[in-house]
Design a protein around this ligand. Structure first.
Ligand SMILES: Cc1ncc(C[n+]2csc(CCOP(=O)(O)OP(=O)(O)O)c2C)c(N)n1
Length: 309
């Protein structure tokens, strides 16, 4: 969680200094869901991510330097600098890709789960998506197929309360978005998305169910994004008081409180975790900035996989 937070703080700084291309979306405040979910997965299990996907990439094991290089449009980035913030894929760690199309990753995860089932690979797929994506047609079609084919997939809704400026209260007529699973025959659970242990436990149970051939689970992790939707967001649709209230529920501070209370880590050990995360991020940024900028002359290279016939 600390590594995700420090990376995103660094990304915000790089963007502010005009070093990044395109846009980017920060998930500061939401670190418990990628962390808790990916802790319950094997490296061979696959994920699909969203436009707000830096945390998912880090939690699934991406290399920080290659991530930053991608954000800076460098050749040594994950997609040769062509993808930027919203399109980081790292197939080796099972990350099938972030996706700028809201809801776009859900059918891809369903396809990966179908392939796993047909090829008897024993792996599962997890699709991360926001509350806004649950009102996309792609979600409904994918959920139905996952249910009727009993696919090994976990549908993870990170309900951070807003889809751009639309609150969930405005966009849904139900209180718990996990209820959406019931109409498809998919069990759904709403969980505190700022409690990493609760996220892990809920995911572990869903993964077990998927691996046992019992089909999909829908998990709603209730959380909050501290920052605006993207850089152009002036936060006119919510109050400073609301943001401050959620900052008090910081998933990192909450977890520190838990481990301190149980005597699992000392103050020095907690400080060491944060110090390590900071130095890893600094090293990644320093190394990535040395990379060669992607060359516009080879723009179409590395966009599709080359197959030699
Ligand atoms: C199919 C599609 N429709 C609209 C957009 C524009 N758009 C980008 S992000 C976003 C909001 C998504 O909200 P949510 O799924 O809740 O994710 P969050 O931003 O809260 O993480 C929208 C409408 C898009 N990228 N793709």
């Amino acid at each position: 969680m600390s590594r995700i937070r420090k990376l995103e703080e660094a990304v915000e700084d790089l963007f502010g200094r005009g070093m990044m291309h395109g846009t980017m979306h920060l998930s500061i405040g939401q670190e418990a869901s990628p962390t808790g979910v990916c802790m319950a997965l094997d490296i061979t299990d696959q994920i699909t991510s969203t436009h707000r996907g830096h945390g998912h990439c880090v939690a699934k094991g991406a290399d920080l330097m290659r991530m930053v290089a991608e954000l800076l449009g460098k050749e040594n980035g994950y997609c040769g600098g062509r993808g930027g913030s919203m399109h980081i894929a790292d197939v080796e760690t099972g990350n099938l890709g972030a996706n700028g199309i809201v809801g776009g990753g859900i059918p891809i995860a369903i396809g990966a789960a179908l392939a796993s089932k047909m090829m008897k690979k024993g792996t599962i797929a997890v699709s991360f998506f926001g509350d806004g994506a649950m009102n996309e047609g792609a979600f409904h079609e994918a959920a139905n197929l996952a249910a009727i084919w009993k696919l090994p997939v976990v549908l993870v809704c990170e309900n951070n309360k807003y889809g751009m400026s639309s609150s969930t209260e405005l966009a849904f007529a139900i209180d718990h978005l996990s209820e959406r699973g019931l109409g498809y025959g998919i069990p759904g659970y709403t969980v505190d998305g700022n409690d990493v242990v609760a996220v892990y436990e809920a995911t572990e149970a869903a993964v077990k169910r998927a691996k046992a051939g019992e089909g999909p689970t829908l998990l709603e992790f209730v959380t909050y994004r501290w920052k605006g939707h993207s850089r152009s967001d002036k936060n006119l649709y919510r109050t400073k008081e609301e943001i401050d209230e959620w900052k008090k529920k910081d998933p990192i501070l909450f977890f520190e409180h838990v481990v301190r209370g149980k005597g699992l880590l000392t103050e020095d050990e907690i400080a060491e975790v944060h110090a390590q995360a900071t130095s890893q991020v600094i090293a990644a940024v320093n190394e990535a900035t040395k990379g060669k900028p992607a060359d516009p002359a080879t723009l179409l290279d590395a966009v599709f996989k080359q197959v030699n016939s």
